[in-house]
Design a protein around this ligand. Sequence first.
Ligand code: ADP
Ligand code: MG
Ligand code: MG
Length: 260
Amino acid sequence: DVILEVSDLHARLVTEQGNGREILKGVNLTVKRGEVHAIMGKNGCGKSTLSKVLVGHPDYEVTSGSVTFKGEPLLDLEPEERSHAGLFLSFQSPVEVPGVSNTDFLRMAYNAKLQASGGEELDPLEFYGFLMPKLEQLKMDPSFLQRNVNEGFSGGEKKRNEILQLAVLSPDLGILDEIDSGLDVDALRDVAAAINGYIAAAEKDESTNTPAMLMITHYRRLLEYIQPSVVHIMLDGKIVDSGSSDMAQILEEKGYDNWM
Ligand code: ADP
Ligand code: MG
Ligand code: MG
């Protein structure tokens, strides 16, 4: 059951600074339900560009290739439509939203998605009932909810908050771009526990389809805590190798030079 199929995807930067430079140079990627994929590569190889192109970021133009999401062409959809179709991208640097509590923010996001699919919105009390088990699954403290979105959050708390958003929106495909960046070992362990809690709960949840995950990272250490089904190596705008989690071990021993 394929969720995402990327075929020979080429994309260029259309910002003034970017000067039309081609960043993605023929990416191929197939992701199935229930799979956790890791895309690893050096800084600047195009990992974030791939995730941004998938969600429809305006800085990039697809010049050739195709993407299907749940069997439908993705690239014709507006960013909001992609999100409502079940695609989620975490932010590398989550924004603060002063004056808005986390619960209210999450409820708005959740209701916007329900509205788009014609579902009944949840009132604050109903939403609270929906949210509490998720906090438990992610091993997150309920005090998170009363605080304003990301205001005064530590790096690790911001990242866990992204996982909470993921759990609330239950997308078919969740893309986590450098969810491990800037975290110390303890914070990384907490974030990984939240991700693993989310994956385990999502697999059991019969009310939603089993999701897939795409974890984008520069470092190997995240993969010490989360077992991916497939590891890809990205180099200069292309995925140049894919394999089991053993690939991370090769990377540890030989570095990216092994693929150059
Ligand atoms: P990665 O996530 O693998 O570190 P990126 O996809 O962020 O790589 O970047 C790929 C290349 O595109 C880099 O050379 C980067 O400097 C460049 N780039 C990405 N976004 C922009 C932008 N908005 N303006 C100018 N250059 C950019
Ligand atoms: Mg980078
Ligand atoms: Mg990046």
